[in-house]
Ligand binder design. Structure first.
Ligand code: FAQ
Length: 319
């Protein structure tokens, strides 16, 4: 059966449902319910915005990295994040939206980006902790998205996850070196861990019973796990790494539960999460102002590229 993007009817819906039930990929040319398309536009564009805004906290440290080696690593990481944003905007565009419009929605505050990037990076230890915890959380969240039902999103995630894995390792390696250093350096690492632990847990989103989108997104195969499942996976993975590193995670309720086969842990401050997501976090205004300024400053580059493409196309057509 050929399925086109015409008005939905029961045959289109049945074909889509059968593809989801059989765990087949949905591609941009396939008919899809409007709710599925909208959910993907929302998630993929928020994800793209997060990668681009996420360049800022670490980008601040490129100019003052303590060695050439650290500067080269950090530059490569931040450039990777720009690339991730581009793959994800390209995946979103296959759903019929325009990247320029998505960016406008971001800078106007009409679209979200990850709460985590609204916290400041105060010392160079934050670069290590962002790599270890923030990229570690991103990997936990994103590896299952390589099996997302929408083809372009799933394929983008495969490459992104490979690069996130390097990001996580560079962070952990930096922290290992700092923990072998002076008492002052060890204190700097512990302070950064204390500040980033709870925001990292919030990256996975609200608890399942307060997550309006999870059930629908899982039924459609867009998400493969619930927010709480992934948060638990992250805690279980991270506690032994913290022990090895010699830092304390700032949660008095963190304890191994033999019966469950998982760590028990405390609740993040969900009021703080709501505040940060609604735009009132420590760095929201600064992050958006910078993104808006970069977008405006880059207008001439976009215009020049478009003019060049037009000229090139006219020349090709004339041959
Ligand atoms: N921050 O019903 P749910 C990275 C919103 S990339 C802000 O549970 P859903 C790489 C949510 O959008 C990090 N908003 O929603 C890197 C929804 O609002 P809406 C980004 C959040 O979509 C590392 C509402 O709350 N990763 O770190 C957050 O089913 C280092 C209700 O929530 C992704 O985007 C939050 N943390 O589940 C870069 C991964 N959580 O739109 C640089 C893909 C929830 O209805 C340096 N996304 N909200 O108004 C996902 O997996 C999902 O979208 C979730 C949220 C799990 C984030």
């Amino acid at each position: 059966m050929t399925v086109t993007q015409e008005a939905p009817d029961s045959a289109h819906q049945a074909h889509f449902d059968a593809a989801i039930a059989a765990d087949r990929r949905i591609e941009p040319r396939d008919w899809m319910p409007e709710g599925y398309r909208k959910t993907l536009v929302r998630q993929v564009s928020q994800h793209a915005h997060s990668e681009i805004i996420g360049m800022q906290p670490e980008g601040d440290w490129i100019a003052s990295a303590p060695s050439l080696r650290r500067k080269a690593i950090l530059l490569a990481k931040v450039q990777d994040e720009a690339g991730h944003g581009l793959y994800l905007y390209a995946a979103a565009e296959t759903l019929g939206v325009d990247r320029a419009d998505l960016t406008q929605r971001l800078v106007d505050g009409r679209q979200k980006y990850s709460s985590i990037f609204n916290y400041p990076s105060l010392t160079f230890a934050d670069v290590g902790v962002i790599g270890w915890l923030v990229d570690g959380a991103a990997i936990c969240n994103q590896v299952p998205l390589c099996r997302s039902s929408f083809g372009p999103y799933a394929r983008a995630m495969v490459r992104i996850c490979k690069e996130e894995s390097f990001h996580q390792r560079q962070g952990y390696e930096l922290l290992m070196r700092m923990m072998e250093g002076t008492e002052g350096q060890r204190a700097m690492v512990q302070d950064a861990v204390d500040r980033w632990w709870w925001p990292s847990l919030m990256m996975f989103g609200p608890p399942d019973d307060e997550s309006p989108n999870t059930a629908r997104s899982m039924a459609w195969g867009i998400k493969r796990n619930t927010n709480d499942e992934l948060r638990q996976k992250f805690v279980d993975m991270t506690v032994p790494q913290a022990d090895k590193l010699g830092v304390t995670l700032p949660d008095p309720e963190l304890v191994w539960n033999d019966e469950r086969g998982h760590y028990d842990f405390g609740d993040p401050d969900w009021n703080e999460f709501k505040q940060v997501v609604s735009g009132a976090g420590p760095c929201n205004a600064e992050r958006i102002a910078r993104r808006r300024a970069a977008h405006e400053k880059g207008a001439w580059v976009r215009e020049a590229a478009a003019a060049h493409a037009r000229k090139h196309n006219t020349e090709e057509a004339a041959v």
